[in-house]
Design a binder for this molecule. Sequence first.
Ligand SMILES: [Zn+2]
Length: 314
Amino acid sequence: MRDMSITVAIDIGGTHIRVAAYEPDSIKPIAQTRARSLANQPGVFDRLVHAIESIWPQQKVDAIGIASPGPLDPHTGTILETPNIKEWTNFPVGPKITEHFGVPVYLDNDANMAGLAEWQFGAGKGHHDLVYLTISTGIGGGVITNNHLLQGFRGMGAELGHMIVDPNGPPCGCGHNGHIESFSSGTAIARYVNEQLKAGQKSTLQAQPVVTTVQIAEAALQGDALACSAFERAAHYLGIAVANYLAIFDPSILVFGGGVSQVGDLLFKPFEASLREHVFHPHYLDNLVITKAALGDDAGLLGALALARSMGVV
Ligand SMILES: [Zn+2]
């Protein structure tokens, strides 16, 4: 007799909380909802509980998985601090949800969960060693090594966005200098363009508080030299970071998610050149698959589902 108990998956984001319920072996939700996080207003936890209750199924729920921004401690289910949700400093979201619903809760950061999902259900299916990078306003990463999600002793492994590629580089979102996120994220690319414009470099782009990656990509496709150089610079450092990841993890596939990855060749052509230049040994590149993520916005949710299912197996 098949166990038909249900798994609930949750993706907590700065703007939305998504909750969905799944039957075994399916990644099509039987119920789902999306609520606004209103992250800077009190009561995020109550909104989360309310969203879960609104889709709670009649059948038995055996586990809940949560993808959340970090840093966090997956071993204790505690969010250490998260820039968007100020009231969740050292917040034991896992134990509190367990207390409320009487079901075990498994938590990990959103980039790890997206990497896990791409491996189980998406672009990395069938591979045993995968490195996932999401490049958007920040850079996050997840690593599958020998068919296991790398979490680390403290659960803080695979923070790929905070790899130092130049200690004298610009400030990162985390406050330290020269992390790959401070060179190659969408925020970093836009900041570089603004700085160059203010320094008097000619371009079809105008200095403004928010130059988007899409605007810079459009200018680059029209041949704008500054826009092209902004992607080349980001790609140069990305190649250095990924050369380091190859030396540590030796994956068979690199999966790129996030909005900035959508620019395609503008970033990936110079990235591949930089990777070839910086990789420790060319053998790392033999049969290395470099591909885009397949799951889009569902990656966090599906990763939380995969985590809960894998941890729920006794
Ligand atoms: Zn950083």
